[in-house]
Design a protein around this ligand. Sequence first.
Ligand SMILES: [Zn+2]
Length: 149
Amino acid sequence: MLPESFERNAYIAGLHEKHARILPPDIAFAVDDGWLQLIADSLQEIEACLERHDWIAKATVRQIKEKLGDLRIYVRPRRASASFPKALQADLFEVQKRFTGKSIETCEQCGDPGKLDNFDGYLQTLCERHSDQRRAWIAGGRKGDPFHD
Ligand SMILES: [Zn+2]
């Protein structure tokens, strides 16, 4: 579970500071707080990959988002006309696959162990507590905030 004092904006500012080489200042973190640690770990490995292949100055993170219940982080060459060498592409794919795998076992709300499930047509990875809250919210006509602690 996230600490009570968890500050999303401060955490994201820290990631920007640490990964300024690959994170555009205006990039959206389009996920809930429970996945921010996964993103931090993933960025660390993405940077290591890019460094190993000597691409750190020529690559950028394009998107960080939840899609169909799992985490996606897209890394691309800075120049639209460039493309990654095959070996780098393969390394990045391996990192992405591993973190996508972790994301479907991690509650997007709180970071506790969770599972990917279908909530009335909407896929999301949640722990038991947050799954219950989401189902209750759907059953209750979707009023207010689905998650309340
Ligand atoms: Zn949760």
